[in-house]
Design a protein around this ligand. Structure first.
Ligand code: PLP
Length: 366
């Protein structure tokens, strides 16, 4: 019998729906679906070329990769964390093809139960938990006194662009322990943090006992098309062996070429990667400046700006029809987004400047 939970999903995944509408219009600057636009740095592409070449020789050809990732990739991640003072052990690192799929599969570790999800929320969290049959409860602040099995935290957050402070995260850790829950921490945008907010949940005391971190090269290094990420499952949280077991039976690993490129992106190529992130962050500054007089947040620690503007679908159509700007209606991220649109800064500088002019006019005419 088909999993009847599928009947509870929305008909279409938000981003496919919005993408279709935007592509059907001409002369629109697309600041909607959060996909990167800058090409890979040459040094990272070269690492991929070299790895592909190795695959063409009998002495260096490789078949299935190790289920938790190659040692060279895990060492690159360990060093990436150590460089900012967070110590992770290689045995706690698991290569993945990205957060979206890895977090969904991770839900298999839990019996059906209660999941606390942020509101507004990255839509994949909702769909994955519905398919799994979990009871979903949304939070906009810590729901003290509640019991839960899973808590998903996204920081810096998509869609609001806000990064949680160390104090907030510390409170979440205390809450999770009392609630008997595991925190699934989505750090997809950690590399964008500029304010000094934590980039990893493991910067917080006690987090290793109750949290798992999902991270990805998608936004950090422009890998949305390459596919490579990693999940950190500390020994203390009691799920490391189970996850290793799950990886070995439900995954055949991540390609050698992707892992070599990722190793380079986090190591020798990081200077170039950081320049790309700085480019998007400068775009965000240009867009934020245009919002003078409006109510908004984000843009500092993430490529997303969350603009309060009134009915989100009405404003989405207004922005696209009258100003040639494609954004994402906030309602697509849940009820809390009803009055918002999300703007992203993954565009060219030229488009950021043009979009800022259009946004200024939009704000002025409101
Ligand atoms: N988590 C968040 C919050 C995201 O915004 C995205 C992509 O937009 C993902 C995860 C997906 O990441 P990946 O490409 O690693 O699957």
């Amino acid at each position: 019998m088909i999993n009847t939970q599928y009947n509870k999903l929305k008909k279409q995944y938000l981003f496919s729906e919005i993408g279709k509408i935007i592509r059907s219009r001409h002369d629109v600057i697309d600041l909607s679906v959060g996909d990167v636009t800058l090409p890979l740095p040459t040094v990272v592409a070269d690492a991929g070329r070299k790895a592909a070449d190795e695959m063409s020789h009998v002495r260096s050809f490789r078949g299935y990769p190790p289920e938790s990732g190659y040692d060279f990739f895990k060492k690159a991640i360990k060093d990436y964390y150590a460089a900012r003072g967070t110590q992770i052990c290689e045995s706690e690192i698991f290569a993945s093809d990205g957060i979206k799929s890895d977090m969904s599969v991770f839900l298999n570790l839990f019996s059906r139960g209660k999941a606390l999800l942020p509101s507004p929320s990255y839509p994949a969290y909702i769909d994955a938990n519905i398919i799994r049959g979990n009871e979903i409860e949304f939070y906009d602040k810590i729901p003290y006194g509640k019991k839960a099995d899973i808590i998903i935290i996204c920081s810096p957050d998509n869609p609001t662009g806000r990064a949680m402070s160390a104090d907030e995260l510390s409170e979440w850790v205390t809450f999770a322990k009392k609630a008997g829950a595991v925190i699934l921490f989505d750090a997809a945008y950690e590399a964008f943090v500029r304010s000094g907010a934590p980039r990893s949940i493991f910067e917080i005391d006690g987090a290793r006992e109750c949290a798992v971190e999902f991270c990805s090269l998608s936004k950090t290094a422009g890998f949305t098309g390459i596919r490579c990420g990693y999940t950190i499952v500390p020994r203390e949280c009691g799920l490391n062996d189970l996850w290793r077991r799950t990886k070995s039976c439900l995954s055949n690993g991540v390609s050698y070429i992707s892992q070599r490129m990722a190793e380079c992106a986090l190591g020798a190529g990081y200077k170039d990667i950081a320049e790309n992130i700085a480019y998007y962050s400068a775009n965000a500054d240009i867009l934020c400046e245009a919002l003078n007089g409006a109510e908004w947040q984000g843009g500092v620690d993430s490529p997303y700006i969350w603009l309060k503007c009134g009915d989100s679908y009405r404003e989405f159509y207004k922005l696209i029809d009258m100003y040639g700007l494609g954004v994402t209606p906030g309602i697509g991220f849940g009820e809390e987004g009803r009055e918002y649109v999300r703007i992203n800064s993954f565009c060219s500088r030229e488009n950021a400047v043009l979009a800022a002019e259009r946004l200024k006019r939009y704000i002025f005419c409101k």
